[in-house]
Design a protein around this ligand. Structure first.
Ligand SMILES: [Mg+2]
Length: 205
């Protein structure tokens, strides 16, 4: 059994950047940007029920992870972290509106992770529909506050447009640390692992 501290890392909008939005722009021939939406499930801001069903069909038909854009420095920092921490992936693969036919999304995401991140252990990829039920980790990184588990000591909220207005008070209440990018996440983890004692205390820095 590995003695390295465990970290649980989200995929969409933490490792991968705007894959669903890029797919939507191809689907609709539009050029929306992340800043145009405030919801995680952005399509509900612009599509009616029929449109959502059509987009779900499109998502099932096309591999949105093939040639997807990665978050800046995700690959390099995760590679560094793999020497220091025991990396687990936790990612949702159940698409809203296609819940019972989402199997292909599990396969594509797993294949993408294995291809792009050869240092990941295939046994430590958790593909799921609900992420806030995993404990036993020292660190967790996700872009949704509700996915961060209260039992995990160091919880990082990865800044994206839908969470940017969550204030310091709320983060403090849930004992969550905001990180704007992977370099900042690495810096905070290194400080916790190797920093002075007082920096190991929980604080919203
Ligand atoms: Mg995410």
């Amino acid at each position: 059994m590995s003695e390295k501290p465990r970290i649980l890392i989200d995929v969409d909008d933490v490792i991968v950047k705007n894959a669903f939005l890029a797919a939507f722009n191809k689907f609709k021939h539009t050029s929306y940007k992340e800043e145009d939406f405030t919801e995680y499930y952005f399509i509900k801001e612009i599509l009616n029920e029929r449109g959502k069903a059509k987009f779900a069909k499109y998502i099932l038909k096309h591999d949105i992870y093939e040639n997807c854009e990665l978050m800046e420095n995700a690959e390099g920092v995760m590679s560094v972290l793999s020497g220091l921490l025991d990396i687990y992936i936790a990612s949702t693969c159940v698409f809203i509106g296609a819940e019972r036919t989402s199997g292909v999304l599990f396969e594509r995401k797993f294949n993408f992770l294995m291809k792009r991140f050869p240092f990941l252990d295939p046994n430590k990829v958790i593909l799921t529909g609900i992420k806030n039920c995993f404990t036993g980790f020292k660190y967790q990184i996700d872009d949704r506050l509700e996915n961060l588990h209260s039992d995990i000591p160091y919880k990082f909220l990865f800044t994206r447009n839908p969470n940017k207005d969550i204030g310091k008070e709320t983060l403090k209440k849930y004992n969550v640390i905001r990180v704007d990018n992977w370099i900042e996440a690495l810096d905070k983890i290194l400080r916790i692992e190797f920093g002075k004692k007082e920096e190991k205390k929980h604080e919203n820095v």
